[in-house]
Write a protein that binds this ligand. Structure first.
Ligand code: CU
Length: 263
């Protein structure tokens, strides 16, 4: 019986590791400048965790077999303080070490300032849709007033008509951006916490109501990429998604002109 249980533990362990290694489960090719560093850090984390997982599970299988019922009296152990301290310290060092190694990748997108010529795009999340806002030819985002936010009036972001800067703002349900140009994405939420996640960008960011969060990135490949809200934000969460449409600069300029408000 003990041998059977040990074998089951070992087989489940090997199947789990095999499941992580077969192709088809992994993320699609990256399209942003963070991709290479992110992917190698991800692979390092997975390898370290995989080795620990393998050793721990094989240790479990061994102990199940080694200390099987052989007819003797069961002994009581109060644990081993030295061992406890050793593996807790080792775990802490591995986890903090991985964080320290990976921190600069996160800091590049979040903490380092975007370039002065980055294109500013606002992305607003709400239950259960997305709105992207562009400043228009004047380069200024118009004032938004919460009291004016009204979907049925065609003013989901509450643009203030009295502010001249708001007249040329372009508001769209998809995020179009030009390829090979740095984007300074400014994230807002109108209600609850949402999450901006584009697998191909290797970026994921919570959007917290009352907070403005910036992210910057440059995309090197034209195409359409899914943006699913990745924070369970209510009953309609499953349908809260849009697309990041990466276009050539000319196509992007045309798209912006085509969708400019009539004045
Ligand atoms: Cu959401």
């Amino acid at each position: 019986m003990a041998l059977l249980l040990a074998l089951v533990v070992a087989i489940i362990t090997l199947l789990s590791i095999y499941g992580f290694m077969v192709p088809g489960w992994h993320m699609p090719p990256y399209i942003s400048e963070y991709g290479e560093a992110y992917d190698s850090h991800f692979a390092l984390t997975l390898a370290v965790m995989g080795i620990i997982f393998f050793l721990a599970q094989m240790g479990l299988a061994f102990v199940v077999f080694r200390f099987r019922d052989q007819g003797g009296r069961a002994g009581y152990s109060h644990g081993n303080t030295k061992l406890e301290i050793t593996w807790t310290t080792a775990t802490a060092i591995i986890f903090v070490g991985l964080v320290l190694i990976g921190m600069h990748i996160w800091a590049q997108a979040h903490v380092e300032a975007p370039r002065a010529d980055a294109l500013k795009v606002e992305l607003w999340g709400q239950q259960f849709s997305w709105y992207a806002r562009y400043a228009g030819p004047d380069g200024q985002f118009g004032r938004t007033v919460p009291e004016l936010m009204k979907e049925s009036a065609g003013n989901p972001l509450g643009l203030d008509p009295d502010d001249p800067a708001s007249r040329d703002d372009v508001i769209m349900p998809v995020i179009a951006i030009p390829v090979n140009r740095q984007i300074d994405l400014i994230l807002h939420s109108k209600d609850v916490t949402h999450n901006f996640f584009v697998r191909e960008l290797r970026l994921k960011q919570d959007i917290v109501p009352g907070m403005v969060t910036n992210l910057h990135f440059t995309v090197s490949k034209i195409g359409d990429y899914e943006v699913p809200c990745s924070e369970l934000c209510g009953l309609g969460h499953y349908q809260m998604r849009t697309f990041l449409q990466v276009k050539s600069q000319e196509d992007f300029d045309q798209w912006l002109r085509d969708n400019a408000p009539q004045q």
